[in-house]
Design a binder for this molecule. Structure first.
Ligand SMILES: Cc1ncc(COP(=O)(O)O)c(C=O)c1O
Length: 372
């Protein structure tokens, strides 16, 4: 049976502004290394209160260049969260450094500062907190160690720390991602923001095959990559920035509807909802992930939701238990019990700005039926 009105997991907000922006670039004839790149960088930096920004081809390439900027190299250790999309750990491996995982806080699902502190050794070269599901990681606590910090802010556009500083505005290199399910999309793409002009110089060179800005054509003075973002993508990004406040407000509204609609399941059946903002922190809503009550058949729940016309998915699996990481480092279940428990029970529900209150109600009803 085909379900024609299946509620999807995510759907970007795109309209005439984006269409016009793309047409303008096509008609200009300058599809790459053109004026939209610095325009998008400057506008984005202003939104998150960063001094500098470099547009890059993905959130992952932003993380990679951020790690290189703070000097992570072969044999170094980088303390990070096992409860993340695999890219945050992979970026460490690109430099032949080792991601050293530390367990997460059971409420915010972000790196637990005490666990991170315990994982630091003389080989630790940097800390890589992930603002998971858009909830700000406790970067201020991590700053106490005096180590370089690279932030994975791929899911956290619109988030802010308790002291009012937006995520990405603390001066550390912080990578944002613009894949199609993100708060702002360019299809594929990313932005590395940072406080240091030296870092910006290095990142701009390394995203462009190691070319120094003051050098002649095709003169490359260091190893680099092709991590550029095209003018077409930057033009879409600029159009998306114009509607960012509305898109973020819509996500917050949808999250509020979910809280209401799922309050009964949370109260009566032990369904766990994303934590409320605490102590002045502000989440930048990216996904609505619930944790099923212990002992629930998660895969069966996802299948049953699908039959009721609701897309959902396990989100996220713990990185250290993925086969590649197990084989590489010999990780085993039980090493990071909080992350493993959360990873086993998490389900992402449909979540995007255009989701209606009626659809949220349908998702909640379906979940109620399935969990009954
Ligand atoms: C937490 C996290 N880190 C890194 C990434 C990587 O971003 P991208 O897919 O743009 O490379 C993503 C996005 O998928 C993410 O959610």
């Amino acid at each position: 049976m085909t379900i024609i009105d299946e509620i999807p997991l995510a759907r970007p907000v795109l309209g005439e502004a984006e269409e016009q922006a793309v047409l303008d670039v096509l008609r200009s004839g300058q599809l790459s290394l053109g004026p939209r790149v610095p325009a998008f960088e400057q506008a984005f930096a202003a939104v998150v209160g960063a001094r500098h920004a470099s547009a890059v081809s993905s959130g992952t390439s932003g993380l990679h260049l951020g790690l290189r900027a703070v000097g992570v190299g072969e044999g170094d250790e980088v303390v990070t969260s096992p409860f993340s999309f695999v890219a945050s750990a992979n970026a460490v491996l690109y430099e032949r450094a080792r991601p050293v995982f530390a367990d997460i806080d059971p409420v915010t699902l972000n790196l637990d500062p005490a666990a991170a502190a315990a994982a630091i050794t003389e080989r630790t070269r940097a800390l890589l907190p992930v603002h998971i599901f858009g909830y700000p990681a406790d970067v201020p606590a991590l700053e106490a160690h005096g180590l370089p910090i690279v932030e994975d802010a791929c899911e956290a556009l619109g988030a802010a720390h308790a002291d009012g500083v937006p995520v990405g505005g603390r001066g550390h290199p912080a990578a944002f991602g613009f894949y199609a399910n993100k708060q702002l999309t360019t299809g594929e793409g990313g932005m590395l923001v940072m406080g240091s002009a030296e870092h910006k110089k290095q990142v701009d060179s390394e995203r462009n095959q190691g070319r120094a800005p003051d050098m002649g054509w095709l003169d490359h003075d260091r190893l680099g990559f092709n991590y550029r973002l095209s003018d077409v993508a930057c033009a879409i990004g600029l159009a998306q920035l114009e509607r960012l406040d509305d898109m973020l407000a819509a996500r917050t509204r949808v999250a509020g509807w979910y809280r209401q609609a799922l309050a009964g399941l949370a109260r009566d059946r032990g369904l766990e909802l994303p934590c409320e903002d605490r102590g002045g922190d502000r989440r930048g809503w990216f996904v609505f992930v619930v944790q099923l009550p212990a002992g629930t058949d998660r895969d069966g729940t996802i299948r049953a939701l699908r039959e009721l016309g609701v897309q959902s998915k396990p989100y996220l699996p713990a990185i250290h238990l993925m086969s590649f990481y197990r084989e590489l480092y010999g990780h085993r279940p039980g090493e990071f019990p909080v992350a493993e428990d959360v990873a086993d029970r998490s389900v992402a529900l449909p979540f995007f700005p255009g989701l209606t209150q009626g659809q949220v109600g349908r998702v909640a009803e379906a979940l109620e039926r399935v969990l009954a």
